[in-house]
Design a protein around this ligand. Structure first.
Ligand SMILES: [Zn+2]
Ligand SMILES: [Zn+2]
Length: 240
């Protein structure tokens, strides 16, 4: 579904593990598109077919930019790289370095998930080791799909979580940090921090946001004024 010019939404297909939403930044036929998050293991065919159904040629996809590298967001990247081996991978530096070194603790989040997912999906150790082509940092502006997207580092849900913000159209892609329905991301996984999540929500609350495109559940195309501020206020007592 088209959210706005150069912003497309592909809904995650949850199983017993959630599958993240995928966003495509760019216009079909422009020759350049960026995928934000790819999703769970086994979802590459669904995601790539959905991108083609929007009118894109797969060759137009130049890069994958991750809001963060949890398994439900990066799980099908190995499959996608089998089809599109020239894709670049862009990740915040705090998660890019571990990915290159084969440190999969952020990907799985906790030891119990690692053993469960590895046996369920037959995944070997080191499957989620990647070359990271660009490590993005807080404050950068990325020109993606004809718009300028600001990178905001929002640790808390994971150490290298980022939000992407288009200040011209008040569009925010916050990963798993804040959702619709006054929900926020969990903060009990590897490298997570309730106190950092509180500070990150406070930072996002300063932005004018009309369109909120989270990693899961509903998207919001008519965000109430001060919505993130209200979410931060409600969750504040639990975040320390
Ligand atoms: Zn997620
Ligand atoms: Zn996550």
């Amino acid at each position: 579904m088209k959210v706005d010019d150069g912003v497309y939404f592909i809904q995650g297909q949850d199983e017993f593990i959630p599958d993240s939403h995928t966003y495509v930044l760019g216009e079909p036929g422009s020759g350049e598109a960026t995928i934000i998050d790819v999703g769970l293991m086994g979802k590459s065919q669904y995601k790539l077919e959905s991108i083609e159904a929007l009118g894109f040629d797969l060759k137009e996809i130049k890069r994958v930019l991750m809001t963060h590298t949890h398994l439900d967001h990066i799980g099908c990247l190995p499959e996608i790289l089998d089809v599109l081996p020239d894709l670049e991978l862009w990740v915040h530096e705090a998660e890019g370095r571990p990915l290159e070194q084969g440190d999969e603790r952020v990907v799985y989040g906790m030891e119990m998930f690692r053993s469960m997912c590895q046996s369920q999906y037959g995944i070997p150790d080191g499957k989620f080791t990647f070359q990271v082509h660009r490590k993005v940092t807080d404050g950068e502006s990325l020109d993606l799909g004809g718009a300028s997207w600001q990178v905001i580092h929002i640790p808390g849900h994971s150490p290298g979580s980022i939000a992407l913000y288009d200040a011209a159209r008040n569009i925010l892609i916050p990963g798993d940090t804040v959702y619709a329905d006054y929900a926020i991301g969990r903060f009990d996984l590897h490298g997570a921090s309730g106190a950092q999540l509180r500070d990150s929500l406070a930072r996002l609350a300063e932005l004018e946001v009309d369109i909120l495109l989270p990693g899961h559940n509903s998207i919001m195309t008519n965000v109430p004024k001060d919505y993130i501020n209200e979410v931060a206020r409600q969750w504040g007592p639990y975040l320390r």
